[in-house]
Design a protein. Structure first.
Length: 244
């Protein structure tokens, strides 16, 4: 069914586009060539079971949550990462999924989850190229960012946040055993899940989950960042998570 209505929608879009003026088509093409799905790529990194268990154990101890540690590690982003250090904070969209996006909402006739976006600002260290901050300072910044996060009431096609961060939490493989299915890990945002011509709302996407006791992160980078650079950024972030 999905393929049928997707094909129909695409056909309708082609018809509408053919009726548009040449100027409008030129503007649309220019916008999409800036950052589209086709030109992006993925870098998957994962933490071993021992390090993941330690991260979860510390998070359960009350010093800081796992989400705070993952967010704090974004301080590892290099200074020449696009627009990262244009100010004193890193603008992040926090993506969440749940059934309770509106208090008292009747969801008895729905299935699945709702998605909500919250805006957060992660404080960045000020100073020269070699300035580094301690784990305590980065965690304090992450706590502040999460505490002051505000819902985005007016979602746009293109966000002014550099990164969208999505922590799915700990997923149990045993869920649903009574109906003969289980949770498995596949690259989040499968390459076939979106049209390669779609405009991307964020320059960079970071999706994190813990499956079968292993932390896995899927980074999606724009084509303007080389693949070797993207791999270095993803590995640097994971190393920072370990150090926290």
């Amino acid at each position: 069914p999905y393929l049928h209505w997707a094909a129909a929608a695409e056909t309708g879009t082609k018809v509408r586009q053919s009726r548009d003026s040449k100027t409008e088509n030129t503007e649309r093409t220019t916008e999409h060539t800036v950052d589209i799905e086709r030109e992006s790529y993925y870098v998957d990194v994962k933490m071993n079971a021992e390090d993941t268990a330690l991260l979860v154990e510390i998070g359960s101890g009350g010093l800081h949550t796992t989400e705070q540690a993952l967010l704090a590690a974004l301080h590892s982003l290099p200074r020449d990462f696009p627009d990262t250090y244009s100010g004193d904070s890193l603008e992040i969209d926090l993506e969440g999924h749940g059934r309770d996006v509106v208090p008292g909402l009747d969801v008895s006739r729905t299935v699945g989850w709702f998605t909500r976006i919250s805006k957060a600002s992660l404080p960045l260290p000020l100073g020269g190229e070699d300035v580094r901050i301690s784990s305590g300072e980065s965690l304090a910044g992450a706590r502040k960012a999460l505490a002051s996060a505000r819902d985005d009431a007016s979602p746009r096609a293109r966000s002014n946040a550099l990164i969208v961060f999505n922590f799915f939490g700990r997923l149990s493989e045993s869920i649903g055993e009574d109906v003969d299915w289980k949770v498995g890990h596949y690259p989040v945002l499968d390459r076939t899940a979106r049209s390669p011509r779609n405009s991307r709302a964020h320059a960079t996407v970071l999706d994190v989950s813990i499956v079968a006791g292993t932390l896995r992160a899927a980074w999606q980078f724009p084509g303007s960042i080389s693949e070797s650079r993207g791999a270095d950024i993803a590995r640097g972030w994971l190393d920072e998570v370990r150090s926290i």
